[in-house]
Design a binder for this molecule. Sequence first.
Ligand SMILES: Cc1ncc(COP(=O)(O)O)c(C=O)c1O
Length: 336
Amino acid sequence: MKPRLDTQLATKSARMPSWAFLDGEVVPYGQARFGLFTHALHYGTGLFAGMRAFWNDEERQLFVFRPEDHFRRFRESARLLRMDLPFSIEDLTRGVIEVLRREGYEQDVYIRPLAFYGDESLGVRLHDLTPRVGIAAMPSQFMDRNDGLHACFSSWRRVSDNMIPPRGKLAGSYVNSALAKTDAVLAGFDEALMLNDAGHVCEGSVANLFIVRRGEVVTPPITDDVLEGITRSTMMQLARERGHTVVERSIDRTEVYLADEAFFCGTGMHVTPIKRVDHRLIGDGDVGPVTRVLRDLYFDVVRGRSGAHREWCRPVFARSDMPVRLESNVERISAA
Ligand SMILES: Cc1ncc(COP(=O)(O)O)c(C=O)c1O
């Protein structure tokens, strides 16, 4: 069977970045080059974040979505690798904003912060190594899968907390996601759903899972080996504010089959409905009403168009016509 082309749902860019944050400085992107013996390249001893900035045309402003939360998790992922990062959340947020300003992007952007052991030194270990930190961003075109996905349960199990901790975004653990994703795509599906070692439903290859069943919005708890997703926490909050009952509990495979609605969420996938799983229709096979409303709400919030949750949107450009509260954010970030 011929594999489909649009499988990643994440970022395709027409051009490479011009600038990068590298170990505390903004440098030309081409200057970020690393040798063949780089430790992380061999052993996966790195971690990353995937963030987005959304262009708001009415305000002519670019908003980075929840950078502090992404960088909090970034620093925690580093701690899991015994990595002492020399940059605070504020330093890293300022770094992103500086890169985006230099690039001058006036469009939606995908941002990739990365930290890794950069020593050109072989030997499996996490000690006596030096971290490097880079951030680059590129324009992203959202490949809308509003029409929903067909997912399958993978025969690969999700790594667990005592294997490679999935609560952090550790580079090496993405081999697990890649195995599941590629097998799903080659079998004709759009995305994989993974079970953990205990047989509970976890998440997709790069996204958290929600189902709607019997009037409740349900998502697996973090202790079921899922990433502590920023979009997951956003969706839980938005759903609660809409009056939904949101429950974090273990989910069985067959509950997904019997769900009224299901969707993936993550920075790469945004909020993407799941319409079929293992050739079974979810609900009536259409995008459900809860998913549709939460998805619209998500896009209003991330683009800074909703009156609510402007505190999650960090403006990139200092604009004289920006509201006072946002101006003070820019000043705080610039001054930090
Ligand atoms: C395995 C995994 N789960 C969930 C997510 C969603 O996390 P977030 O919403 O923080 O992007 C991602 C994406 O980064 C991921 O890689």
